[in-house]
Ligand binder design. Structure first.
Ligand SMILES: [Zn+2]
Length: 314
């Protein structure tokens, strides 16, 4: 919108973990927008020249740095912060790793692995992976949230009621996100930008990529949200579903085990039919396959499906 005050926050203005005592990097009025620079999820520990040998050396206290916090004038506990994702400025590089001890099948994939991606920043060409994998680019913010009311420093890894490391791949361009505010000024921060990810982020990493993001902020007074909600701008799968899906399932009384079984089935299928090494198939699923709860009512067993988009392979 013309005439609106526009701000920029550089990536040096960031923090590790959440703490409502962090000093704001910027103060804005509701209705204003901000361009954020971000750092990759390793905080610069992985770069284009890194190899799998660098993965176990990652200092986990430095992961998921976020840019901020931004103080929104007039924000009070009980209000909601409406964040509109205006646009992204992708860097053209990223990484996906299997980090030992992390991920849905950590017990089956104990060895470190790393793939460094180069992709077209305009998002028009898919990023290449392994034998013939073509992954469409769709940037989003992995970590986006406001400070929790509870004092002290809180790990960045778990998402919370105030948002944070939600890794929801549909919090992308055009989406409107509504976050419950717990402290005065809201104290908003963003980071952990991803160039692409499937629902589930199964191996624990997406295409981790430094990506600039433009956001607009509004306040909804007295919204009293229980948890974050969001509204997407349109179709969430048009970029990837044109050729349908290969689908595997896991069936049983435990959703976590069902998800693990559905994913294991897909890794086996990709290895057998398409020549991927199991760890490559695992990482490829993390960046483009979707886990879904297909049914959760037919006692005592639930069905979890793993959807792999066929256009990635064709
Ligand atoms: Zn990430």
């Amino acid at each position: 919108m013309a005439g609106l005050h526009k701000h920029t926050i550089h990536k040096e203005h960031g923090h590790n973990g959440w703490n409502n005592a962090f000093k704001p990097a910027l103060t804005i009025a509701p209705g204003e927008s901000v361009d954020f620079e971000t750092r990759d999820a390793s905080g610069g520990q992985i770069n284009v020249n890194s190899t799998a040998a660098d993965v176990p050396k990652i200092d986990l206290t430095m992961v998921n740095p976020v840019t901020g916090p931004v103080y929104i004038d007039g924000a009070e506990p009980g209000d909601a912060l409406k964040v509109t994702l205006l646009g992204f400025q992708p860097s053209g590089w990223g990484w996906t790793a299997n980090i030992p001890g992390f991920g849905l099948l950590a017990d089956q994939f104990p060895d470190p692995a790393l793939h460094v991606w180069k992709y077209a920043p305009d998002g028009k060409t898919p990023a290449m992976f392994g034998p013939g994998g073509k992954v469409p680019i769709r940037p989003f913010t992995g970590t986006i949230g406001v400070a929790p009311a509870e004092p002290g420093l809180h790990s960045i890894i778990p998402p919370r009621r105030v948002g944070g490391n939600m890794d929801v791949r549909d919090i992308s361009e055009g989406t409107e996100l509504f976050l419950p505010i717990e402290v005065k000024g809201a104290l908003f921060s963003v980071g952990d930008t991803h160039a692409a990810q499937g629902d589930g982020e199964v191996c624990g990493t997406a295409i981790e990529s430094p990506i600039g993001v433009s956001l607009k902020f509004d306040l909804i007074k007295g919204a009293n949200l229980k948890f974050p909600t969001y509204r997407t701008a349109g179709s969430v799968s048009k970029h990837i579903d044109g050729k349908g899906y290969e689908v595997t399932t896991g069936i049983g009384p435990d959703l976590m085990q069902g998800a693990r079984a559905a994913l294991s089935g897909m890794i086996e299928l990709l290895a057998k039919k398409h020549g991927f090494k199991p760890v490559e198939a695992y990482m490829l699923c993390s960046v483009c396959a979707d886990l879904k709860i297909s049914s959760i009512v037919d006692v005592p067993n639930w069905v979890v499906s793993c959807y792999f988009p066929r256009q990635v392979l064709e």
